[in-house]
Design a protein. Sequence first.
Length: 396
Amino acid sequence: MLPEAKTYDVLIVGLGPAGATAAYELSRAGMSVLGLEKQMHPRYKVCGGGLSVRIDQILDSDFKAVVEHTVYGIQFTYGGQEPFFIESPRPIAYMVMRDRFDHLLVEKARRAGTEVHEDERAVGFLQSPEGVEVTTDRGRYRTKVLIGADGANSIVAQRLFPMRRLHRMPTLESEIGIGQAPVYPGEGKVLIDLGATASGYAWIFPKKERLSIGVAEFRGRAASPKGVFERFVRDEKGLASLEVPQPYGHPLPLYSRRGDMAPVGLVMHRALLVGDAGHLVDPLFGEGIYYAVRSAQIAAASVLGIFHDQRRSLLDYERAVTREIYSEFRIASRVARIVYTFPRLCHRLMHRYQEVINLYYDVLQGRETYQTFFHKAKGVVKASFRELLRETLPLR
Ligand SMILES: Cc1cc2nc3c(=O)[nH]c(=O)nc-3n(C[C@H](O)[C@H](O)[C@H](O)COP(=O)(O)OP(=O)(O)OC[C@H]3O[C@@H](n4cnc5c(N)ncnc54)[C@H](O)[C@@H]3O)c2cc1C
């Protein structure tokens, strides 16, 4: 006879930033929490490791111990040409290596009381009115609430949310060791190239001893992502002397919606999806870590809500995500449609209207939202056009 499965208040599948954050928040509030992770931390994760500094508003400052680089500006290029740099007086982003960052978050959850099972993969889920039974490659557990935080290839989403068939965009990334050599594109800078791909961008995000180099398509698919990556590396002068290892591929589960329909739900009975598992990735530049942490915090608050007050519902989570995150992603999607349809024009306009980039930096710093950014950016561009017309039209 099978031994009786142990029951938890909350079981979390996947301990990346989303799962580790949910585990920490729920454990410190006194819930019994089991976190399952199929790998062993610290583990490598294909990721640029760029955190917009508004993460300061939602994470305790102890993560600064693993920040490798603080970024003050972006070097923009187009197919390796037409470079320009726009700097902010204040930091706009932090650079982390995901093995160290995620490990720090998992250890914090463990210290708060989460039972962490590493090297254990969740494989099956059975919903019941009381909760969910989870089978792994090592055992069986019962939980009152299940949180799917298992990333872009989420098995929780596949099994319990079969209607969620959303796009995942292909990406390729490689890490180049630079040892003690000076970082490229320079101290306090990252590089973004809108001309390297058909409808996406290529990046160089520097760390202490390496450069994370990648390419991602944001609309449509590249005929050969590997060809795009190789061309970017070849055309980018700063990489000429460096040996670039073969890139790894990983899907990017961008926020997407079909027509005017909102994305299919994030809650199914006693299960919910956070972070990449829920496609909570910014459709403009693919920022996902901030939203993984934030969605996990919102999810944890909703879960605590139903334990404390039976009239509350897990759907509070979905409503809060719609209010706080989807409202932002809808605007980011509109901006992305313009940028990736007219990348060359946008590259040149960004050079000309640097105030717009400064406004975008305000979004990264948490001083503006995408909604206020869009409104103000339109104002800047309209005013500049009016000025241009006045300058170029003959005086009567
Ligand atoms: C090439 C690339 C570059 C990126 N660059 C950036 C960037 O610079 N900045 C940024 O903000 N975002 C970036 N992102 C997005 C970012 O990596 C993700 O949004 C972020 O990792 C989401 O965190 P998560 O916790 O939801 O998922 P993940 O970090 O993917 O964590 C999921 C965890 O679940 C575990 N898991 C999976 N299946 C199971 C299972 N069955 N059982 C148990 N455990 C399981 C995995 O091992 C993993 O540890 C990038 C993504 C890619 C692909």
